[in-house]
Design a protein around this ligand. Structure first.
Ligand code: ATP
Ligand code: MG
Ligand code: MG
Length: 590
């Protein structure tokens, strides 16, 4: 495999490694323990990154970019990447999501367990530390308890063009604030009665520095800590502390957190000044998030698609979730190729879905064995082939990998071919079967079409032909007759019928819900209106016999049709159900 491409984050990492920036750093103490902050010096050659999902939903394609970036950097530079559940928000988080995130990260081939280190963490295990750090900020005059209502706080925060107004509680003494914060923790107050704020600057041009809230009262049961706490840290306070406690060197996040970086640094500086953290502190680095045409990635919208049953669930093969991708047949290798190809930058970008699909095709073309399936079956009878007789034809499992061998495909008098491979009256340039024309049955014989039979409605029900006995593929006579058409087929007596799901894009518009040229000014679009009505089609196909043995998640190229996977949920032993992952060629671009 080619060396991973350079990007601006790698440049930062390499400069830090060259300068030995983290060589003097010591463990801040094992997170979640009350140990002191001294520990073994960190290996200066090791960077630490992390992927910090909030367990409030299933991971999507955008998360894959972040996962592969963070784990990829650790891997490339001999460092470590932590999986950390950013579970500081009690109301929205659930064990179901924790489990699905663990599965998805593993599925992508990323591991947080290495050399005896198990770097799986829960932010909620640091609540003792966070409270202690908050109390330090109070006692050192860097935080105060505010008792304004949420509405007053909002009004007094000011705007982009107007400075904020100091809270009347801003000059509370540390002792007063400490007393209130202790009583907040003891459960004496209702939600929203008081809030702990950092004391920075209400006139800062960066609104995030106008005394941001850091701890709030929430009487809620937490999925990990139960009812132990009734105060919870704000994300912007918790996140830098989580990074510091885990000795993260490079804290990589998406661009919307750029405005939060000054607070990230402010907070860690104050804690380091107080001797609560050691330097060098983690560095936040932002990159642009993944946006894809024809796809929505916002958690809110994904939840709506599931809740309103526009899809069958989080793992519906049309969902841009990683569980959905897995059922769809997309591969972890395809995601890696995609991540490598789109790169990492600070520029907002919208990636064409074709780029994603091409990565999946490229990987599958290389890895998937070939099989034959007839998706729209039409009976072909070879009138000069004896009834009851059959013979084997041999088809390579992979045209580029002879080492994968060949398999036998039984050939007999009655076959299934694709309905579109016969035309009673051929269109111009049509080289497949029509009365009088010859075509090859791939891996088998050349046949000459002699006619067809139709039902009362005029629909063709059977096509008749005669085969040329000397022309079997792989025999000396194979090339004695030249034909242009090459058809795939399944022996009717040997093949079997099975359910196949043909999936296509869930949305029919490149930017679901976005206004389009020519829209009336008052028109408001809804992304749900752009759902592709033909994104799922269930058909009964005729498959070659060897496919019966396919195991869940086995992937194949069905010749001429695309890549398919045996569904990991609905397949049964001896009865796999196939999902189309992607067609052989893009049918969406003009
Ligand atoms: P969403 O915005 O879709 O609701 P989120 O950012 O709230 O997702 P988190 O669980 O907080 O979801 O995200 C975990 C990590 O994944 C964060 O570091 C976040 O920046 C990153 N991430 C989320 N969406 C994308 C995306 N589209 N592209 C790249 N990284 C992403
Ligand atoms: Mg989030
Ligand atoms: Mg978000």
């Amino acid at each position: 495999t080619a060396a991973p491409a350079a990007n601006f984050i790698k440049n930062i990492v390499e400069a830090d490694l060259a300068a030995g920036k983290h060589a003097q750093r010591r463990w801040a103490g094992r997170p979640g323990t009350a140990a002191d902050h001294a520990g073994a010096p960190l290996d200066p050659a090791k960077i630490r990154t992390r992927f910090p999902p909030e367990p409030n939903g299933y991971l999507h394609f955008g998360h894959a970019k972040s996962i592969l970036l963070n784990f990829g950097l650790a891997e490339q530079y001999g460092g470590r990447c932590h999986l950390r559940f950013d579970d500081t928000n009690p109301e929205k988080e659930e064990q179901e999501y924790v489990d699905s995130i663990v599965d998805a990260v593993k599925w992508l081939g990323c591991s947080w367990e290495l050399d005896g280190e198990n770097n799986l963490y829960y932010a909620s295990n640091y609540f003792d530390w966070m409270v202690a750090f908050a109390e330090y900020l109070i006692s050192s005059g860097h935080a105060y308890v505010d008792s304004q209502s949420a509405e007053e706080m909002r009004l007094n925060r000011g705007t982009l063009t107007q400075p904020g107004i100091d809270s009347p509680y801003r000059e509370r003494t540390p002792a007063e604030s400490m007393d209130l914060f202790k009583r907040m923790q003891a459960g004496e107050f209702a939600d929203g009665a008081h809030i702990l704020r950092a004391k920075i600057d209400m006139a800062s041009p960066n609104i995030n520095l106008r005394d941001p809230a850091i701890y709030r009262i929430r009487h809620a049961t937490h999925h990990n800590t139960g009812d132990k706490w009734c105060v919870y840290p704000m994300y912007t306070f918790a996140h830098p502390i989580e990074d510091a406690l885990e000795n993260i060197t490079h804290s990589i996040c998406t661009l919307e957190f750029e405005d939060q970086r000054p607070f990230y640094d402010w907070l860690l500086e104050r804690l380091a000044e107080g001797g609560l953290l050691q330097r060098p502190l983690p560095q936040q680095i932002e990159f642009s998030r993944l946006n894809l045409t024809y796809v929505v990635l916002s958690k809110r919208k994904l939840i709506q698609l599931v809740d309103e049953k526009h899809v069958a669930g989080w793992d519906d093969p049309r969902m841009p979730t990683l569980v959905g991708a897995r059922r769809r047949g997309y591969t972890p290798e395809g995601f890696r190729l995609f991540a490598e190809r789109i790169g990492v930058s600070k520029a907002d970008s919208l990636i064409d879905y074709v780029v994603f699909e091409d990565c999946m095709r490229e990987v599958l073309n290389d890895s998937a064995e070939r099989r034959v399936a007839v998706l729209d079956p039409l009976k072909l009878v070879i009138t000069n082939y004896p009834a009851g007789q059959s013979e084997d034809c041999f088809a390579p499992n992979h045209p580029l990998k002879p080492e994968l061998g060949k398999r036998a495909m039984p050939f007999s008098r009655e076959l299934w071919i694709e309905a579109e491979d016969f035309m009673e009256e051929p269109a111009k340039g049509y080289h497949r079967l029509y009365p009088g024309n010859m075509a090859r049955l791939k891996y088998g014989y050349i046949v000459k079409c002699t006619g067809c039979e139709k039902d009362a409605a005029g629909k063709v029900t059977t096509v008749f032909c005669e085969y040329l006995p000397d022309t079997k593929s792989g025999t000396p006579g194979a090339d004695s007759v030249k034909v242009k058409g090459n058809l795939h087929w399944v022996s009717a007596a040997h093949g079997y019928s099975a359910e196949i799901r043909l999936y296509d894009r869930l949305f029919a518009a490149p930017a679901p819900g976005a206004r389009r040229e020519g829209d009336a000014p008052e028109l408001e679009r809804n992304y749900l209106d752009d759902i592709n009505p033909n994104s799922k089609q269930v058909i009964t196909a005729q498959l070659e016999p060897s496919l019966k043995d396919a195991k869940a998640e086995d992937r194949f190229q069905f010749e001429r049709h695309g890549y398919f996977v045996a569904d990991r949920v609905d397949s049964k032993a001896g009865a796999p159900v196939f999902n189309r992952t992607v067609t052989l060629k893009d049918s969406w671009s003009a």
